[in-house]
Design a protein around this ligand. Structure first.
Ligand code: PGA
Length: 144
C-alpha cells in the first residue's frame, strides 16, 4: 500500500521488481491495488499469463484495518507500505493500528523504498519463513 504522494514511487518500485512480485500473492488497499495490478498484469501478459491482486477497500475506507485483520489471521508474510511522513491523514489511527499489529506478529515491514529494496533482495524473501511469535498463553489465560 502507498499513500497518494508515494504512489508514483510504489509503481516504479513494483515495475522494477515485477519479475519477482508476479510470483507472489499480493493484497493491496484499493487504489494502490489498481495501480499495482496494472503493472503486474503487463508483466504476466509477457508470459501469456494473467495476474490478479486481491484488492481490499481503500485505506481511508477501512483497507488498512482489513490488512491488519489479515495479519492477525497470520495470512501476511511481509508488508510494503510507503507511507507519507509529510501529510496528516484522516486514517492515521488505522495506520497506527496496522503498524502495531505488524510489530506484534513480527512481520517484516518496509516503510520506505530503501527498506523495500533490502527486504525483496533478501534470500529469505524466496524461502518459507515463519516469524517467531512471543508466547501469549499466560496473557490469554490470565485471571480477571
Ligand atoms: P489506497 O489506500 O491504496 O486506497 O489509496 C492507501 C492508504 O491511503 O492507506
Amino acid at each position: 500500500m502507498a499513500h497518494d504522494n508515494q504512489k508514483k514511487d510504489m509503481v516504479e518500485w513494483v515495475k522494477f521488481n515485477s519479475e519477482t512480485l508476479v510470483n507472489h500473492k499480493i493484497y493491496c488497499t484499493g487504489t494502490t491495488g489498481r495501480l499495482v495490478e496494472t503493472v503486474l498484469q503487463k508483466k504476466a501478459k509477457e508470459k501469456n499469463d494473467d495476474y490478479r491482486v486481491t484488492r481490499l477497500k481503500s485505506g481511508p475506507l477501512g483497507g488498512d484495518l482489513q490488512l491488519g485483520a489479515l495479519i492477525a489471521e497470520e495470512k501476511i508474510d511481509v508488508i510494503f507500505f510507503f507511507w507519507d511522513p509529510m501529510q496528516p491523514h484522516p486514517h492515521d489511527v488505522d495506520v497506527k493500528a496496522l503498524l502495531r499489529i505488524a510489530v506484534l506478529y513480527n512481520i517484516p515491514c518496509a516503510s520506505n523504498r530503501s527498506t523495500a529494496d533490502f527486504l525483496i533482495s533478501s534470500p529469505l524473501f524466496l524461502q518459507e519463513y515463519k516469524p517467531r511469535l512471543k508466547d501469549y498463553s499466560q496473557y490469554i489465560a490470565r485471571e480477571i
